[in-house]
Design a protein around this ligand. Structure first.
Ligand SMILES: NC(=O)C1=CN([C@@H]2O[C@H](COP(=O)(O)OP(=O)(O)OC[C@H]3O[C@@H](n4cnc5c(N)ncnc54)[C@H](O)[C@@H]3O)[C@@H](O)[C@H]2O)C=CC1
Ligand SMILES: O=C(CO)COP(=O)(O)O
Length: 327
């Protein structure tokens, strides 16, 4: 498999960070933005001033609005925008090529994972999913980061991991695409919940209890929806759950903090930016209901986001559930 050149779609924080990582790994990178003026400005400034201020673009990163064919592709737009992006691109850009899906979210309406959207829109692409504890600012600044890269063919996945690995970016190859995608999407919902616990001043003990019960709920969902629970002890599971559920660097966590402090969701987005958990929570609730999985934490987040209950009410509800064995 030739893996010298890569097109990264999405000129936000994660697309830019992954473009930097690929360049540091020795790849020639085009960073594809939808707006030609923004691509030109980024090229001139050699910086993504809006999403990653202060990070000088690597010389191997070329911002552009017109994509050339590359050896492989990385998609890094928000989860709800992946289908729109793929609709606008010619399918031959992807045919027979590795496509790395890096958004962490489930699609509203269809309930689909990112690689299922790709299968719908570009069935001849070869899907890989990348997830794990990795803030864009850390990756772009070259701070040590490790992620999971899952694909169906072990040898191709190892080759792709090698093509993306640099001195500070370490992808571990894996094969459980379903588990990796679900863990990445759902941790955003649990990060909202943990942020809300902090915002409401409920204490560090409550937050740790929540992380542990979130992990158990995640395991039930992953097991039922076809993933492997062993994935959850890895970077995409435990790694990302603990990062996003404890750090105010996470937008989902910050969104939750504001919710916990009593602000309304519609007022928070302007300050925090993208919080994928907001979109994924209702999808996860539907998936849990459809498959008969008990998911009280996902339910609680949906209720708070929808304004159906305040934090105090959902916490009282969770605390008064019948006592049970811890499994
Ligand atoms: N920022 C981070 O630290 C990380 C983000 N991610 C994931 O990456 C995905 C993208 O997030 P960010 O880059 O952080 O968001 P962002 O808000 O920083 O940037 C989103 C970018 O997508 C572009 N975009 C939106 N709709 C588009 C469309 N239809 N066509 C082309 N471009 C479009 C926007 O113009 C913007 O440049 C999310 O699913 C997020 O969970 C994953 C790991 C780390
Ligand atoms: O996925 C991330 C870290 O692994 C980024 O988290 P946020 O989207 O909550 O900022």
């Amino acid at each position: 498999m030739r893996l010298e050149t890569v097109s990264v779609f999405g000129g936000g924080s994660w697309g830019t960070a992954l473009a930097q990582a690929a360049a540091m790994a020795g790849r020639q990178v085009e960073l594809v933005l939808r707006d030609p003026a923004e691509a030109e400005a980024m090229n001139a400034a050699r910086m993504n001033a809006r999403y990653l201020p202060g990070v000088i673009l690597h010389e191997a990163v070329r911002p552009t609005a017109t994509s050339q064919a590359a050896d492989f592709v990385i998609l890094a737009v928000p989860a709800q925008a992946t289908r729109t992006l793929l609709t606008a691109l010619p399918p031959d850009l992807f045919a027979g090529k590795p496509v790395v899906l890096s958004a962490k979210g489930l699609e509203t309406g269809t309930l689909l994972r990112q690689s299922e959207i790709l299968r719908d829109m570009a069935p001849e692409a070869i899907p890989f999913v990348l997830s794990g504890p990795s803030f864009a600012a850390d990756v772009a600044a070259g701070r040590p980061t490790a992620v999971t890269l899952a694909g169906d063919d072990p040898s191709d996945t190892s080759d792709l991991a090698t093509a993306l690995a640099g001195p500070s970016f370490r992808p571990y190859a894996a094969d459980d695409r379903i588990g990796v995608e679900l863990a990445g999407a759902l941790k955003n919902v649990y990060a909202l919940a943990c942020g809300a616990v902090e915002g409401a001043g409920l204490g560090a003990s409550a937050r740790s209890a929540l992380i542990a019960r979130a992990f158990a709920e995640l395991a039930r969902l992953v097991r039922t929806l076809g993933g492997s629970t062993s994935t959850l002890t890895g970077l995409a599971g435990l790694g990302d759950l603990t990062l996003s559920c404890t750090s105010a660097q996470s937008r989902n966590y910050r969104f939750g903090m504001a919710l916990g402090a009593g602000r309304r969701p519609e007022d928070i987005t302007a300050d925090v930016g993208l919080a994928e958990g907001m979109w994924t929570a209702p999808v996860a609730r539907q998936l849990a209901r459809d498959t008969g999985v008990d998911a009280p934490l996902v339910d609680a987040v949906v209720q708070v986001l929808a304004g159906e209950a305040d934090i105090a009410t959902v916490v009282a509800g969770l605390m008064s559930r019948p006592l049970k064995r811890e499994d």
